[in-house]
Design a protein around this ligand. Structure first.
Ligand code: TRP
Length: 337
C-alpha cells in the first residue's frame, strides 16, 4: 500500500541549504515515487500564532516559501501544495480535538516549551500558540496522512497527534482517524551546520546559504567558511573534523572517493583552504544552478504562484471536508443529516 504523506513548514522567510538537506531534498524523492500521495502545507495559521501583529510578513513569506518549493522541483502536478488558512475544516477539527487535550499536556510538550523560552513571551503566551500542536494534529489527520516526514524537533508534535488520534477513536468508538508515523530525515541529514561552524544554519545566526542566493553570493560565503584555524600555511597538516568545508563536501559531493582523497591530502599537509573552497563552490553551484534556473520561471509572477496554491488548496479542502464529515458523524453531531 502506498503512503499518504503530509508535511509542511511555517512560512518565515526564504529557505536555506539546511532546509534543503533536512527536508526539501527528501520531499522531492518521495514525490517521485508514484505510490506516494504527497501533501505539502504552508502553515500560515501556525506562523500567525506568534505573529498576529504581522500578517503582512506571513503573507510575504508564503510567496517566498512557495517559490523555494517550486524551485527545488516540488511539482504541483505531483504534490498538492496548499495554504493552511484556506482550509476552514482544519480550524473546525481543531476545536473538537482541543477538548481531548489538557492544558498541562500542552505545557509539557518539549517543542512548545523550548519555543516559549526562545521567543521570550514572558507571561503572555498567546493561547493559539500554546495549542498549535492540536491544530497540527488536525492538519495531519484531515488528509488521512500515514506518514509525516519532519525533523526530530517535530517528534513531540507527532506524539501529540498520535495521542489525539488514539483518544478520538477510543472515545467515539470509531476507526475514523489514522495514526500517523514519523519519518525522520535520512542519517546524517538532520541538521546542517552554518558556514561559521558555530551552530546549525539559521536565519537568526546569519550563517546561511540561501537557495535564492546568487552564484556570487554563494561563492563569497564559501570563501569565508570556517575551516581549521590552525591550518595556517598550505604545507601545514589540517584538520578535517569540524571543518565546515569537509562537512559540506561529505553531504553535498556525490564523488565520495574524491572527498576521501582530498581529506587525506589535507590531513597530510600541502592542500590549501582556497583550493578546497573553490572545489566546494563548484559542487554547490552545480546543485544550486538548476534550482536558480527553475526559480526564474516563477519569480516575479506572484499571480501564477497564487494560482498554483489556490488549485492545491481547493483539492485539499475537498479531502478535509470529507474527514470533518466523518469526524462529526463519529461524534454523533451531524444533526441535520
Ligand atoms: N510545525 C511545523 C514547523 O514548525 C509546520 C507544520 C504545521 C507541520 N503543521 C504540520 C509539519 C503538519 C508537518 C505536519 O515548520
Amino acid at each position: 500500500m502506498g503512503k499518504v504523506i503530509l508535511t509542511g513548514d511555517r512560512p518565515s522567510g526564504k529557505l536555506h541549504l539546511g532546509h534543503y538537506v533536512g527536508s526539501l531534498k527528501n520531499r522531492v524523492l518521495l514525490q517521485e515515487d508514484t505510490n506516494n500521495e504527497m501533501f505539502i502545507m504552508i502553515a500560515d495559521q501556525q506562523a500567525l500564532t506568534d505573529n498576529a501583529k504581522n500578517p503582512q510578513k506571513v503573507r510575504e513569506s508564503i510567496i517566498e516559501v512557495a517559490l523555494d518549493y517550486l524551485a527545488v522541483g516540488l511539482d504541483p502536478s505531483k504534490s498538492t501544495i496548499f495554504i493552511q488558512s484556506q482550509i476552514p475544516q482544519l480550524a473546525e477539527l481543531t476545536v473538537y480535538y482541543l477538548n481531548l487535550v489538557t492544558v498541562s499536556r500542552l505545557e509539557r510538550n518539549p517543542t512548545v516549551k523550548s519555543e516559549i523560552e526562545q521567543k521570550a513571551f514572558n507571561q503572555s503566551v498567546p493561547a493559539g500558540f500554546l495549542v498549535y500542536p492540536v491544530s497540527q494534529a488536525a492538519d495531519i489527520t484531515a488528509f488521512n496522512a500515514t506518514h509525516v516526514p519532519v525533523g526530530d524537533d517535530q517528534k513531540p508534535m507527532l506524539e501529540q497527534a498520535r495521542e489525539v488520534v488514539r483518544d478520538f477513536n477510543r472515545i467515539y468508538k470509531t476507526e475514523t482517524l489514522i495514526e500517523p508515523e514519523l519519518m525522520l530525515p535520512p542519517k546524517g541529514q538532520g541538521r546542517l551546520v552554518g558556514i561559521d561552524g558555530k551552530g546549525k544554519m539559521s536565519k537568526s545566526l546569519n550563517n546561511g546559504i540561501y537557495l535564492s542566493d546568487s552564484a556570487d553570493e554563494v561563492e563569497k560565503k564559501v570563501m569565508k567558511m570556517y575551516t581549521d584555524p590552525n591550518h595556517i600555511r598550505v604545507e601545514d597538516p589540517g584538520q578535517v573534523e569540524g571543518n565546515v568545508v569537509f562537512t559540506y563536501l561529505d553531504i553535498f559531493d556525490e564523488d565520495k572517493e574524491k572527498v576521501a582523497a582530498l581529506k587525506e591530502h589535507y590531513r597530510a599537509g600541502g592542500l590549501g583552504d582556497v583550493k578546497i573552497k573553490r572545489y566546494l563552490n563548484e559542487v554547490l553551484q552545480s546543485l544550486l544552478t538548476p534550482i536558480r534556473e527553475r526559480r526564474k520561471e516563477y519569480e516575479g509572477n506572484e499571480d501564477y504562484i497564487l494560482e498554483i496554491l489556490q488549485a492545491g488548496s481547493e483539492k485539499a479542502e475537498k479531502i478535509a471536508a470529507q474527514t470533518l464529515d466523518d469526524v462529526k458523524t463519529a461524534m454523533g453531531i451531524n444533526y441535520f443529516k
